[in-house]
Ligand binder design. Structure first.
Ligand code: HEM
Length: 253
């Protein structure tokens, strides 16, 4: 099993707040080193709120609570209500899967983080696949047109790319042989990360477009700004924590 892409020791961390942090190759996209790097003795669950992550948590909760309350406060339908419930739950879990892994730096933390990341993604995947099955069954039973809205197009594209991304990650992790061996497979992690961030943007765009469907506006009475604010908070919480070194960008050279 390829558990971590690097056996190099992590770069030195700034240990006190008083020390001015020296920029290193592990500097996050925004902010200073240490803002979003898990300290060697820190518990893994703190990664979920470390640095700017708490902003993402606010956004993720806003999207989840807005959707679930809108569904349960309005007319329920067996072949429609589970779709927004499951898709917003899947999105919430997907955000947690990213946040838990982002700040890991030591090989041991990366290994544990990868297991939690994969488990959260499995739950997220089951949620997405069930929600998409519900909406496609709805369309089939009621003879409704596919690709009826921007959300429909984005939903199909995002669902398909998510599936490819899961297969890519599982392949590198569990069967590196298909990529020519463990070393070659490990070198592909950075593309999985690029794919992951691109997919997060696509998932959020799909959610944003969902607010503009006739059902969301007419039945669920979702206010577009609540989804807009939730999406913005997720973005400003996740992207400043991107570790450039993990994307293969070494700014120390
Ligand atoms: C990442 C999250 C989501 C994904 C991947 C997703 C995916 C999809 C897919 C694949 C379809 C069917 C498209 C077709 O066959 O043409 C669809 C339709 C639909 N979704 Fe979502 N969805 C998501 C979130 C949501 C949310 C949060 C809501 C409501 C608040 C929602 C409401 C709807 C509605 C009303 C339709 C039918 C309208 C249409 O197809 O134009 N979806 N979605």
């Amino acid at each position: 099993m390829a558990s971590s892409e690097s056996t190099q020791p992590p770069p030195p961390l700034s240990t006190t707040d008083a020390e001015p942090a020296v920029p290193t190759e592990s500097e996050p996209l925004l902010g200073r080193p240490g803002d979003a790097i898990q300290k060697p003795d820190a518990p893994m669950f703190l990664n979920l709120v470390l640095g700017t992550a708490w902003l993402s948590q606010l956004g993720a909760l806003l999207l989840l609570v807005t959707t679930w309350s809108a569904v349960f406060l309005h007319k329920l339908g067996v072949l429609i209500s589970p779709h927004p419930l499951l898709q917003s739950l899947g999105t919430f879990l997907l955000i947690q899967a990213i946040l838990i892994l982002q700040p890991t730096s030591t090989p041991a933390a990366k290994r544990t983080g990868q297991r939690i990341h994969a488990s959260l993604h499995l739950l997220s995947f089951l949620s997405f696949i069930s929600g998409i099955t519900v909406i496609e069954t709805n369309k089939h039973v009621n003879h409704n047109a596919h690709l009826h809205s921007l959300h429909g197009y984005l939903g199909v594209i995002t669902g398909t790319l998510l599936f490819a991304q899961y297969m890519f990650g599982i392949g590198i992790w569990l069967v590196p042989g298909i990529f020519g061996g463990e070393e070659k497979a490990k070198a592909l992690w950075k593309y999985h990360r690029y794919g992951g961030y691109l997919l997060l943007v696509l998932v959020l765009a799909t959610i944003g477009a969902a607010a503009d469907t006739d059902y969301s506006k007419g039945v669920l009475k979702i206010e577009g700004w609540t989804f807009g604010l939730g999406i913005a908070l997720v973005v400003v919480g996740v992207f400043p924590r991107v570790q450039l070194r993990k994307l293969g960008i070494d700014r120390s050279r």
